[in-house]
Write a protein that binds this ligand. Structure first.
Ligand code: GH3
Ligand code: MG
Length: 314
């Protein structure tokens, strides 16, 4: 585990560094408070810090106070070193956010057990963060395809709607629905159908820009949100998506399966302001319905989908 030692007294700093290295820590040292603060508030800091109370630059207590105010995601365990034995000083140090303190001179065994307690806290904190990240992923993503789930893509749409309302510009949504997907299930089985859904998601992701968003809106229906893309840009993108999905058969465990997709496209200008994001979905849905009715494996645009007043994209 990485640890920072901030101590201005060179001989003591070197002894501590040697001991901690011997105990298996990956040690960084700081010669004064300002250097310590820079390291601890910088990129990927150590999770354990031993800070001398009295140092030039910033004092250990002040570093504690500042770092606790910043509330970084990963917990930093701080042990203050002090020669001050007055009780009120120690209370002040703990109130500033230190986790523990050692009064100089201290026994090495004492330092060792204090560090062990600190490590346990940090490991628990890391486990908690990992568990939270898994829960977050489960709450926001579709387990089959790994794409955003319905709530999450609708949330992305609402945000994009708000952004365009505030900053101007445009965006487009696309409703994409696999054609005759029921027949895939009926002919090859549900597991092969699942594979087709996964492969479709991958193909879409490969065609998108990093700031585009896609989610699984329903069974075999996907919703895409494309910021700063409308008019000609949106038409071209939807056509690339259609061609990209149908380009070659999808390799599944039940053999190669030909898949096509129908797409309904609606640009932000197509939605009546009053109806907002939901109006845009309805416009894209209607266009998708027409794409199905007009033979599938095709793109249809919502009425008024070519956005006027968007010089970048027409
Ligand atoms: P269309 O071209 O008109 O869209 O026809 P379709 O067969 O694609 O549409 P329909 O709505 O009749 O059938 C969709 C099928 O998608 C029915 C449902 O069982 C299947 N489906 C929905 N979710 C999943 C899933 O997670 N896995 C699999 N394998 N199939 C699914
Ligand atoms: Mg379908």
């Amino acid at each position: 585990m990485r640890i920072l030692i901030a101590e201005d007294e060179p001989a003591f700093r070197q002894i501590l560094e040697k001991i901690l290295t011997g105990w298996g820590y990956e040690v960084r040292v700081a010669e004064d408070g300002s250097a310590a603060y820079r390291i601890l508030s910088g990129e990927d800091p150590p999770r354990l810090a031993i800070l001398d109370w009295k140092m030039p630059g910033l004092e250990g207590v002040e570093i504690c106070r500042r770092l606790r105010e910043e509330k970084p995601e990963h917990y930093l365990y701080i042990i203050l070193l002090t020669s001050q034995q007055r009780e009120e000083d120690l209370v002040q140090g703990m109130e500033a956010g230190a986790d523990d303190y050692l009064i100089k001179p201290f026994k090495l065994n004492e330092l060792r057990v204090r560090l062990r307690a600190g490590r346990r806290i940090i490991e628990l904190n890391e486990e908690l963060l990992a568990a939270r990240a898994i829960l977050q992923e489960k709450a926001t993503h579709d387990p089959l395809t790994g794409l955003r789930n319905r709530e999450e893509i609708l949330d992305a749409l609402d945000k994009e709607f708000a952004r365009v309302g505030r900053d101007g510009g445009c965006f487009t949504i696309i409703m994409a629905d696999l054609d005759h997907f029921k027949e895939v299930n009926d002919s090859y089985g549900h597991l092969a159908g699942d594979e087709v859904l996964r492969i479709s998601a991958q193909r879409m992701l490969r065609l998108m820009r990093p700031y585009d968003a896609v989610g699984r809106y329903g069974g075999e229906e996907f919703l895409l949100v494309l910021p700063e893309c409308c008019g000609g840009c949106a038409r071209a993108f939807a056509e690339r998506l259609r061609a990209g999905l149908a380009e070659r058969p999808m390799d599944t465990s039940e053999g190669a399966i030909d898949v096509t997709v129908s797409l309904g496209v609606a640009a932000s200008g197509a939605a009546a302001g009053r109806e907002g994001a939901r109006g845009l979905i309805k416009a894209a849905d209607d266009a998708l319905y027409r794409a199905k009715a007009n033979g599938r494996n095709r793109v249809e645009l919502a009425e008024g989908a070519a956005v006027r007043g968007c010089p970048n994209h027409d």
